[in-house]
Design a protein around this ligand. Structure first.
Ligand SMILES: *Cc1c(COP(=O)(O)O)cnc(C)c1O
Length: 367
């Protein structure tokens, strides 16, 4: 975290809480969990998870054991934590046990191991993941069928739920959604009385048939509306202001930045801010991204440098922008989804790339 204020990243914890509440309301009687992997999608696992506990979230998902151990320290012993990426080698079982973490088991080998571990008095809580078409993690449907019939293997386990993951949930019209749902419903019927979980953010918006017992939203909590395929946007969570280091008026037609890839005419006004690709302001935004200066849309001029970006601020009245002022890089007029589109990527990558050199300011939350 920066010691001297330069560029400021604002994270609105009340907006995250409100997004969780609206998702929770949308799924009715199903339980709404929260995915806080990758440091809460780059926004701070500790702060995000505390805010979510504050509004009643009781079930959390992370990707790795390290994330789970840290989360257990933050939220205390009573809430459920699941680790998507399963055991990281058998020797980690004791760590799952000590921190009351539950692995999402993806292979027969891991299920056999965890069953044996439970039988010998170790932790038994777990989730089994079935791959219903994404070809990423989880048991194949035939493997799942075999395991469902194996009473001896399942008996020592406390199977909290069975889950699968949707490949195309952000595209409501994609027929893959319905195909995965039907296969999932068929497979979970082999595990009677075991709860089920299918929906991520997008899945929640596909309708009640996708809600099952527990939903696992991530992106929508953090204001990534593209993830939902829904017309009504989620509340924006992130704001980013970059400090202007220098403003210049060019005295003849000339190029800007590395490679001189953008030409500007005589008299153009350029403002350079102290944010670059090393801060997660992706290099693909060169000559394609925008900012807002004094409320006016200004284009990125030239390539993004490691620590610097130059904007063409010719359209902003001279007296309204001075060195030391800020240019908004993410703001209500230019959302995480907008910047992702200009960068040729998705909001998930914008958020998880946000750098460590910003002054991070948390607004709202239980504090
Ligand atoms: C990351 C992840 C989620 C959350 O997905 P979003 O699209 O961010 O809502 C849910 N389930 C699994 C298995 C994941 O890996």
């Amino acid at each position: 975290m920066a010691t001297y204020p330069g560029s400021v990243l604002t994270i609105d914890l009340d907006a995250i809480a409100a997004n969780w509440q609206s998702l929770d309301a949308r799924i009715g009687d199903a339980e709404c969990g929260a995915v806080v992997k990758a440091n809460g999608y780059g926004l701070g696992q500790d702060e995000v998870s505390k805010a979510l506990v504050g509004v009643g979230c009781r079930t959390f998902f992370v990707a790795t054991l390290d994330e789970g151990i840290r989360l257990r320290g933050t939220i205390g012993p009573e809430h459920r934590i699941y680790v998507f990426n399963s055991l990281h080698g058998r020797e980690t079982a004791v760590d799952f046990d000590a921190h009351k973490l539950s692995p999402v088991l993806n292979t027969r080998e891991d299920i056999e191991f965890w069953s044996g571990y439970a039988q010998n008095g170790g932790r038994s809580n777990t989730v089994i993941e079935i791959d219903t078409g994404m070809n990423r993690l989880g048991l194949s449907p035939p493997e799942a069928e075999k395991i469902a019939e194996d009473a001896g293997l399942l008996a020592p386990l406390s199977l909290d739920f069975v889950m699968s993951h949707l490949a195309c949930a952000d595209e409501a019209a994609d027929p893959m959604n319905e195909k995965q749902r039907q296969l999932f419903d068929k497979l979970i019927s082999l595990f009677p009385d075991v709860p089920a979980s299918l929906a991520n953010s997008g899945g929640i918006f596909l309708g009640p048939g996708y809600h099952h017992d527990i939903a696992r939203p991530g992106a929508a909590l953090y204001g990534i509306s593209e993830a939902t395929g829904a017309s009504e946007p989620m509340q924006q969570v992130v704001g980013l202001k970059a400090k202007i280091l220098q403003i210049r008026i060019v005295d003849s037609e000339s190029g800007v930045g590395y490679g001189a890839s953008r030409r500007v005419p005589k008299g153009a006004r350029l403002a350079t801010v102290g944010v670059g690709y090393a801060d997660g302001f992706l290099r693909s935004l060169g000559n394609s991204g925008h900012g807002y200066a004094a409320g006016i849309k200004v284009p990125v001029a030239g390539r993004i440098s490691m620590d610097l970006t130059t904007f063409d601020v010719s359209d902003v009245p001279e007296n309204r922008l001075l060195p030391g002022d800020h240019i908004d890089l993410i703001c209500p007029e230019y959302s995480v989804d907008d910047i992702a589109r200009d960068a040729g990527t998705i909001g998930y990558e914008i958020l998880t790339s946000l750098g460590s050199r910003y002054t991070r300011v948390y607004e709202g939350g239980a504090a």
